[in-house]
Design a protein around this ligand. Structure first.
Ligand SMILES: Nc1nc2c(c(=O)[nH]1)N[C@H]1C(S)=C(S)[C@@H](COP(=O)(O)O)O[C@H]1N2
Ligand SMILES: [Mo]
Length: 198
């Protein structure tokens, strides 16, 4: 239903809005389970699986280059939000400090609270992907995944784990939380990869 905050994309959106999506200027919260609350100094990202084991603290992440990027996000529940601005560490900048082992092809994102979601390394290492701690110049709200979440804007937003706590490198694709519950393994919004029978 199109309400006050949702509108149909204009015809001149030049292909920015994927099929089946409506635009919102709000920022809806979508979480399975409770919002997690913890301080930046408690952020720890554990790198496991087919990579040299590594533990990254908040200080480690802040010592890496910080990048601000603006792009559109798309949720499988049919909302898209244009021109969202995020600041954080680019995945490609983080990857320079990780040593993957031969055979790593996929990564599982792990979150506080147990949420997981899988990506191929090609999807994970796109130059626009961020480990984001700031939204619109302000510290990222807990409900949106602060202190630290992944943002992978070219896929549906369920592929962007809030409260990121681990990156597990794998030698095959494996379903995360929503993927086990019927969502698509990849989730490209432009070809409506919503469910695994698509
Ligand atoms: N840890 C965690 N990350 C998550 C989720 C979740 O339930 N838990 N929901 C996902 C889904 S389905 C979406 S659409 C986006 C929503 O992000 P937002 O609440 O900032 O809009 O977060 C994704 N990341
Ligand atoms: Mo979602």
């Amino acid at each position: 239903m199109l309400g006050k905050f949702f509108k149909k994309p204009a015809d001149d959106m030049g292909g920015r809005v994927p099929p089946g999506q409506t635009l919102t200027t709000r920022f809806p919260v979508l979480t399975y389970g409770p919002t997690q609350h913890y301080a930046p100094q408690d952020v720890v990202i554990r790198v496991t699986g087919l990579a040299a084991e590594n533990t990254l603290t908040w200080a480690d992440l802040m010592a890496l280059p910080q990048t601000t990027l603006t792009y559109d996000i798309h949720c499988v529940t049919h909302w898209s939000k244009l021109d969202t601005t995020w600041t954080g560490v680019r995945v490609v900048d983080l990857m320079e400090h990780l040593q993957l082992k031969p055979g790593a092809t996929h990564v599982m994102q792990h979150s506080v609270g147990g949420y997981t979601t899988n990506l191929s390394l090609d999807d994970f290492t796109r130059p626009e992907n961020l480990l984001a701690h700031t939204f619109d110049g302000q510290p990222l709200d807990a409900e949106h995944g602060g202190p630290l979440r992944l943002v992978v804007p070219h896929l549906y937003f369920w592929k962007s784990a809030k409260w990121l706590t681990g990156l597990e490198f794998m030698d095959a694709d494996r379903p995360g939380f929503w993927e086990k519950n019927g969502y698509h393994m990849r989730g490209d919004p432009f070809i409506e990869e919503r469910y695994d029978d698509d």
